[in-house]
Design a protein around this ligand. Structure first.
Ligand SMILES: Cc1cc2nc3c(=O)[nH]c(=O)nc-3n(C[C@H](O)[C@H](O)[C@H](O)COP(=O)(O)OP(=O)(O)OC[C@H]3O[C@@H](n4cnc5c(N)ncnc54)[C@H](O)[C@@H]3O)c2cc1C
Length: 478
């Protein structure tokens, strides 16, 4: 196989880069070891589109996050992604925290996030009545926003696909061949791909990819973040992202609504040496409860419907880097995309494309670039009249598969049959949400397996939860 550009990694960053590059007359191939687009870190995070108010001023990370935040109104509209500018509140509960507010505001100004404001105690309690009544004052960061992180990555990928990008999923990059100071080819579990450019967007594993071309000058140490998700009907909810004042050790644990109306609480920050350690722990979850109750004392933990964790690709030595090499033309190495990668993905796409132009990539702009993507109709969000009209048109909208989230069979069919469609139960869940409600898939999993098996024309025993080997059905009873 021959291509112009291989992007390694179909997470937020790899897919945003692929979409941006698909504006040029280039042959682009995205390769990912996972069975679905969506990445590793990109599907297990706080789902916040940051402003960059607290980034280290003057760094590439600050530059990209600050630049990316305003892009999301257009991205959400053009790519049909749920996104809400709900704003964040950073309450000072103690005198010591109160003293820290001016320094945090000063940092925001140095990052050119000028719309950060002080709130009085009265303002805070009016805007967010569940905040600890001992609050002294707060900072308000109006453009901190929430997004559907799964659909964002799917949308980048589907739009890139619509513009001709090839996706090789369940395909691991195992080596890279170089020669005469240039990239020659990428070796994968699916064969060799000749290419002029390689973009390493492999996040947790970007150090291993860098090692394949002799450019490993850092390690990636996974930093785990554990979370709780609370039911939509929980008794204590917040309307804004409620952020703790960071300490020297950690940025702390937040409480935030999700775009679907649940409460998301966490994360922890634990440095580990295992890049697959995505389990949650009693200790980690307890530390979240202790911290968050200082901000929002009435949180109802009995409404927790699931806990999960994600691994931040923490670079050692620290810092976000986009490296190119005089002695290895065509290779671009991204590393240290750690805690803000979902946000900065939009700007990173543009940054990398521009970098390639400055390095001599002279492909012309495509005349027929498709800039928009239509998402799957969310039946649950429609009015009674709209629902009735849809069922009239397409009766499978009348078959509710997930009762907690009101997900219909027709939405599941769309999740399976659209480009880069779902092949596993989790991939369906990330697209249209069966199993994300209060019963956590207790009722709908067999139904989803049955639909996947029928539509993909395979036995139910071949339907997986996610990766190869994660079977639900192991044989016939009768
Ligand atoms: C707990 C937590 C909270 C966070 N909160 C936020 C937040 O609120 N806002 C925000 O902006 N960011 C947040 N982040 C950070 C953000 O999630 C990441 O920075 C971002 O998702 C990184 O995207 P990525 O595409 O670089 O990596 P990933 O999503 O990890 O994708 C990398 C891809 O590379 C593939 N890959 C790796 N090795 C190979 C190989 N050899 N061959 C083929 N494919 C390979 C992987 O399969 C994976 O799909 C958070 C992260 C965590 C863990």
């Amino acid at each position: 196989m021959k291509t112009d550009v291989v992007v390694i990694g179909a997470g937020a960053v790899g897919c945003a880069i692929a979409r941006e590059l698909s504006k040029y007359e280039l042959d682009i191939t995205v390769v990912d070891k996972n069975e679905d687009v969506g990445g590793d870190a990109s599907k297990s995070n706080s789902a916040i589109i940051h402003t960059g108010y607290d980034a280290s001023p003057g760094t590439l990370e600050s530059e990209l996050v600050v630049a990316a935040n305003p892009m999301y109104d257009e991205i959400a509209r053009d790519l049909d992604v749920q996104f809400e500018r709900i704003g964040a509140i950073l309450p000072a509960i103690t005198d010591e925290q109160l003293e820290q507010l001016p320094a945090i505001k000063d940092k925001a100004m140095r990052n050119r996030v000028y719309d950060v404001e002080y709130l009085t105690r009265e303002d805070v309690l009016r805007m967010e009545p569940e905040i600890n009544p001992e609050v002294r004052a707060a900072l308000y960061i109006p453009r901190e926003s929430i997004i559907d992180p799964f659909v964002l990555v799917q949308a980048y990928a589907e739009n890139a696909f619509a513009n001709g990008v090839h996706f090789l999923l369940s395909t691991k990059v195992t080596d890279i061949r170089t020669g005469d100071g240039h990239i020659q080819s990428v070796i994968t579990t699916g064969g060799e791909i000749e290419t002029k450019w390689v973009i390493n967007a492999a996040a947790l594993f970007c150090d291993e990819i860098a090692g394949m071309v002799g450019k490993r000058c850092y390690d990636v140490v996974p930093r785990r973040g554990q979370f709780y998700i609370l039911d939509k009907n929980t008794s204590c909810k917040v309307k804004h992202i409620v952020l703790p004042i960071p300490t020297k050790v950690t940025k702390g644990r937040l409480m935030s609504p999700t775009v679907h109306g649940n409460m998301l609480i966490g994360p922890t920050a634990e440095d580990l040496d295992d890049k697959t350690a995505t389990e949650t722990t009693a200790e980690g979850l307890k530390s979240i409860r202790v911290d968050v109750e200082k901000l929002v004392p009435r949180v109802n933990w009995r409404d927790a419907i699931i806990q999960f964790s994600g691994l931040r690709p923490n670079r050692v030595p620290e810092g976000l880097h986009v490296d190119t090499y005089e002695d290895l033309k065509g290779y671009i190495n991204l590393s240290g995309v750690r805690s803000t990668g979902l946000t900065l993905s939009a700007a990173m796409g543009k940054y990398v494309a521009h970098l390639m132009v400055s390095l001599g990539m002279n492909a012309p702009f495509k005349k027929n670039f498709i800039g928009t993507r239509k998402g799957i109709t969310r039946f649950a969000d429609l009015s009674v009249e709209q629902k009735a009209a849809l069922i009239e048109e397409q009766p499978l909208y009348g078959n509710i598969v997930c009762r907690c989230e009101t997900v219909t069979e027709q939405e599941i069919l769309e999740a399976i049959h659209r480009p880069l469609g779902a092949r596993s139960v989790d991939a369906v869940k990330r697209r249209v949400r069966p199993g994300t409600g209060r019963c956590q898939a207790g009722f709908c999993t067999p139904k989803v397996i049955e639909i996947l098996a029928r539509e993909l024309n395979v036995p139910a025993s071949e339907i997986m939860k996610n990766e190869k080997g994660s079977y639900y059905v192991v044989g016939d009873m009768r």
